[in-house]
Design a protein around this ligand. Structure first.
Ligand code: GLN
Length: 536
């Protein structure tokens, strides 16, 4: 029987429920259990696909094309197991289904209400991934903070589900904050007591408290927390600030979070966790033998969460190269023809980020022209790839108004065009080219040297594409298409022939980089930046 672990959050948001859930899942996986994680978000958007990155950070795309919360990225990076549409559910999605059912007459004249109809639908979704029998344990993270009006139906669904599943088949982990008051020189337990009280008002007794803290929890504090929150003292887990999120599984192991959870679920904890590879990765991450500077040019640089997976991709690739990757965020809008050399001074490689809309376009083109002409390693992702095509069109092919149809619908040279199947789309949500598509790589290209094979699959999120009417002209001038979608001929990768490293993809390689499998494009780009640094 599948067992369920629910993770709730108390006191404040941003305590890192996703990291705790992923770390616990990692430990359980390392003990041989099949685990998946899902996230339930209380907001009303159907999915985060329509949210501005400033609102919600990066939108993470799954293999099956779901636009999801960035926590799913952590789940995949830690577990190296793909997630899917079913792993992220919002209030909007729940209501959409219930309202559709109501219109279809499925409720047979009944009044449709939050309880039982909304909570029933939440419970159904919570158990969906369990139906296949594929997983021993499903971890469900509840977005938001206990006490929020909008999370209430989710907490109520957890209460009901725990009762339905019966004793020993589920547990609740409450992630909370134990703040340190510098003036008093003390850690304070009161906020945790209050947030557990709120949970209790809703009928949910947490089994384990994971306490975020800047200082170690003394035995005394642990005892106080245990006593006032009705949990066993072993179930008070310290989660002290770590220098990297990749330390957290080992910190949780030290605190026996996995053992405590397994004991409560009446599952065996005999198999010691095999964390050999994880520790190897951490060893390399923490003992770099060199350092490179990478510029990330984008328009959401004020909020690094907007580029979460890219940053993590660099961390994985850095560890592989035993090199610290220092990423500098450069606001695209600030890069002019005059200051580009100054802005990119000391950079060993430049990445132009994905994005939407015109803001920052000129700055991205200036950065690309500079790295192209100065043989600085370049890596373009999605819009970054499209920008490299525009730049080459304007400055090498002499197509002065070369542009993307997205930025200028009246250009006489739409070198990046709206995809045919996008032309009649009016709904914005979930309608881009999303998820995994195959790509065929041409032998003898840099892309082939990087991937070492001709057939790959990568994840996508875009509406525009390289305009193949221009392909011959580009290739004759030295920008070649080294990867194509085999069904449609859509250009997936472009690269420059006469450049040490100039590679750009229409897809998002960052979404597939994990601790166990650092992405080859990131690994090669970092290696190229390192080589560039050494040659200086
Ligand atoms: N705005 C571009 C498109 O829709 C690029 C998207 C992206 O970078 N994810 O094609």
């Amino acid at each position: 029987m599948t067992k369920y672990i629910f993770v709730t959050g108390g006191v404040t948001s941003s305590l890192g429920k996703g990291i705790i859930a992923a770390s616990l899942a990692k430990l359980l996986q390392a003990r041989g259990y099949k685990v998946t994680i899902q996230k339930f978000d209380p907001y009303i958007n159907i999915d985060p696909g329509t949210l501005n990155p400033y609102e919600h950070g990066e939108c993470y795309v799954t293999e099956d094309g779901a636009e999801t919360d960035l926590d799913l990225g952590h789940y995949e990076r830690f577990l190296n197991v793909p997630t899917s549409q079913a792993n992220n559910v919002t209030t909007g999605r729940i209501y959409q289904h219930v309202i559709q059912q109501e219109r279809a007459g499925a409720y047979l004249g009944k009044t449709v209400q939050v309880i039982p109809h909304i909570t029933d639908e939440i419970k159904r979704r919570m158990q969906l991934l369990g139906e296949s029998g594929e997983y021993d344990i499903i971890i469900t993270e509840l977005g938001g903070t206990v006490g929020d009006i909008e999370s209430l139906p989710f907490v109520e669904a957890v209460r009901q589900l725990r009762w339905e599943l019966g004793a020993n088949n589920s547990l609740v982990i409450h992630l909370t904050l134990v703040p340190y008051l510098a003036a008093a020189g003390e850690l304070k337990t009161k906020p945790t007591q209050h947030s557990v009280k709120t949970l209790l008002e809703y009928g949910v007794q947490p089994d384990i408290l994971v306490c975020r803290t800047e200082h170690k929890l003394s035995q005394e504090i642990r005892k106080k927390l245990a006593q006032f929150c009705n949990v066993n003292i072993n179930a008070v887990v310290e989660s002290i600030d770590a220098s990297t999120i990749y330390d957290v599984p080992l910190l949780m192991l030290k605190e026996n979070l996995d053992k405590t959870a397994l004991t409560k679920l009446k599952l065996s904890n005999k198999n010691e966790p095999d964390l050999e590879n994880w520790k190897n990765f951490l060893g390399k991450l923490k003992n770099p033998t060199s350092e490179v500077n990478i510029a990330l040019v984008g328009k959401y640089v004020e909020l690094p969460d907007a580029y979460k997976s890219i940053i993590e991709g660099f961390i994985h690739a850095g560890a592989t190269n035993e090199c610290k990757v220092k990423v500098s965020y450069i606001a695209a809008e600030s890069v002019t023809k005059e200051n580009v050399a100054e802005k990119l001074k000391g950079m060993d490689g430049v990445l132009v980020a994905p994005g939407f809309g015109e803001r920052g376009l000129d700055g991205k083109l200036n950065a690309i022209q500079y790295v192209r002409e100065n043989n600085i390693p370049f890596f373009g992702i999605c819009l970054g790839m499209q920008c490299s095509v525009i730049e080459f069109g304007r400055n090498v092919l002499g197509l002065k108004d070369a542009n993307s149809f997205e930025m200028d619908a009246n250009t006489s040279n739409p070198v990046i065009n709206l995809m045919e199947e996008q032309k009649n789309i009016t709904n914005m949500g979930g309608t881009m080219r999303l998820g995994a598509y195959d790509c065929e790589i041409k032998k003898g290209t840099k892309a082939f040297a990087i991937y070492g094979k001709t057939k790959i699959s990568e994840r996508h999120r875009h509406r525009y594409e390289f305009n193949n009417d221009y392909l011959k002209q580009y290739e004759a001038a030295g920008m070649i298409a080294s990867g194509f979608n085999p069904e449609t001929g859509l250009v997936e990768i472009v690269e420059l022939k006469n450049h040490p490293f100039f590679v750009a993809g229409q897809f998002h390689p960052e979404l597939k980089s994990t601790v166990a499998n650092p992405h080859p494009l990131f690994v090669s780009f970092v290696a190229a930046a390192l080589a560039n640094k050494k040659s200086k």
